[in-house]
Ligand binder design. Structure first.
Ligand code: MTE
Ligand code: MO
Length: 197
């Protein structure tokens, strides 16, 4: 039997994959859907792609564990889609862009550092385990940043906004940690406070 990789502290593997999100599941209307890259772009322009254009982009596969801050972890999820670096090559950030806000339908958002966004394993996923993403799991397109807690893996992505200064997203404004590294158990915003010297 192969030795199992350790899980981050406090995590366990449930029997089934929970569906977890705030608010309703958006409908997908391909003819009205688009993906935008906006904010601090190198060109100063916004770039917009239609659904067929996104589907035609270079594709990659990433296998990774998925860690929710509510303490479940899913092992070895096979994600397939467009690497964040591919998108960033098509619509580069300005030199002074340091962070990225990932925007979903209905205004959900999550902020990540540029280095997290541009990590090799950060993907805009259309498929999971060989199947197109179901709508409830974020289809047609979801962000996957597997090395951070899963609230950063925004479902129903519609825009990538490059930022020249950090700004907190939906859960980051509501008491969750700004960085969200599960190996450091960065769950809550109060942990960001530097301890007194
Ligand atoms: N748009 C959007 N994306 C979201 C959320 C959300 O509320 N809205 N919840 C996040 C949280 S907290 C988790 S744990 C994962 C859950 O993904 P799953 O439903 O595919 O398991 O989605 C993340 N992405
Ligand atoms: Mo979560």
């Amino acid at each position: 039997m192969a030795a199992e990789e350790p899980l981050p502290p406090g995590q366990h593997v449930p029997r089934n994959w929970p569906v977890l999100h705030y608010g309703p599941v958006p409908k997908f209307r391909p003819e009205r859907w688009d993906l935008r890259v906006q904010g601090a772009t190198a060109s100063g322009q916004e770039t917009r792609w239609t659904w067929p254009e996104v589907v035609a982009m270079a594709r990659e596969r990433v296998t990774a564990d998925f860690h929710c801050v509510t303490k479940f972890s899913i092992r070895d999820v096979v994600w397939e889609g467009v690497r964040a670096t591919t998108l960033a090559a098509l619509a580069p950030p300005a030199d002074d862009a340091t962070h990225v806000m990932v925007w979903a339908e209905y205004g959900y958002s999550a902020n990540v550092r540029m280095s997290d966004f541009l990590a090799d394993t950060s993907l805009l996923a259309t498929h999971r385990d060989g199947e197109p993403l179901s709508l409830e799991h974020g289809g047609p397109l979801r962000m996957v940043v597997p090395h951070l807690y899963a609230w950063k893996s925004v479902k129903w992505v519609r825009a990538i906004e490059y930022l020249v200064a950090d700004r907190r997203g939906f859960w980051e404004e509501r008491g969750y940690h700004n960085i969200a590294d599960p190996w450091l158990e960065q769950r809550y915003s109060y942990q960001e406070e530097t301890p007194p010297a």
